[in-house]
Design a protein around this ligand. Structure first.
Ligand SMILES: NC(=O)c1ccc[n+]([C@@H]2O[C@H](COP(=O)([O-])OP(=O)(O)OC[C@H]3O[C@@H](n4cnc5c(N)ncnc54)[C@H](OP(=O)(O)O)[C@@H]3O)[C@@H](O)[C@H]2O)c1
Length: 220
């Protein structure tokens, strides 16, 4: 697939490497130093190029948005309309206002800032270093990337990309009910915790039923 990346830093750059490694085409964008995007594209090699956020939206059937929270308004302004695009939002709400209202998920808040986008959220719960080192694990040790969104077909596409990136996709439902995968790290949330598939189903069931999730697993 063609994937536009807006914010090719620790998380977005990692996703770009992982997806290009799986044979997807990536266009990297959004930097205070455009030359660094060209350098990263060169490092990634075949299938990678650099451009502007608007180029990323024009290029990608899927657009990954991976910028600091406070910079999201600027990135969205430069991106232009995301209508019709499948978006993967990796952001966490650490930063300056505007912020979600009390009780509102960041996913609902951000989806509203991207009118017409086929919004999903994923790749946001684990540190960039851990994601880089854990991608591609096999068997029982494969690491879960949670996702949420209100467009089932978009989530199916994103689940395939999560697989291609080297993780196990687990769907936590719609944007309004995904608080457990959002910051901050705390008891009763999957944010900040490693999960493997064997422990993910109980979380999914609890979230669907509106129950507290079981304690986070600890792997040796
Ligand atoms: N880091 C983590 O462990 C982690 C884990 C999960 C989720 N997240 C979330 O994912 C998002 C991205 O995090 P990250 O750690 O990948 O951030 P990052 O490494 O700082 O990357 C952000 C990218 O945005 C670009 N950028 C920042 N300000 C800009 C500006 N004013 N104009 C143009 N480009 C600008 C940066 O490019 P230049 O620096 O080249 O200008 C950089 O490539 C955040 O919302 C974060 O909360 C992070």
């Amino acid at each position: 697939m063609k994937i536009g990346i807006i914010g090719a830093g620790r998380i977005g750059g990692g996703i770009a490497r992982q997806l290009a490694g799986a044979g997807h085409e990536v266009l990297l964008s959004f930097s205070r130093d455009q030359a660094s995007l060209g350098q990263l594209a060169g490092e990634i090699g075949t299938g990678a190029s650099a451009g502007s956020p608007a180029d990323a939206v024009g290029f990608g059937e899927v657009v990954v948005i991976s910028v600091p929270w406070s910079t999201l308004p600027l990135a969205l302004e430069q991106a232009g309309s995301l209508a019709g695009r499948i978006v993967i939002d990796t952001t966490n709400q650490f930063g300056a206002p505007p912020l979600p209202a009390e009780g509102q998920t960041a996913a609902v808040f951000n989806a509203a800032r991207m009118p017409g986008a086929r919004y999903t959220k994923s790749f946001n719960t684990l540190t960039s270093a851990f994601q880089a080192s854990a991608a591609g694990r096999s068997g029982d040790a494969r690491v879960v990337q949670w996702l949420c969104g209100d467009d089932a077909a978009a989530k199916q596409v994103v689940a395939g990309l999560i697989e291609d990136a080297g993780f196990a996709p687990v769907d936590l439902g719609g944007t309004a009910g995904c608080a457990v995968m959002e910051a901050p790290r705390r008891a009763g949330a999957v944010y900040g915790e490693e999960y493997r598939l064997a422990d993910a189903a109980a979380v999914q069931d609890a979230v669907r039923a509106g129950r507290p999730i079981p304690p986070a697993p600890v792997y040796s």
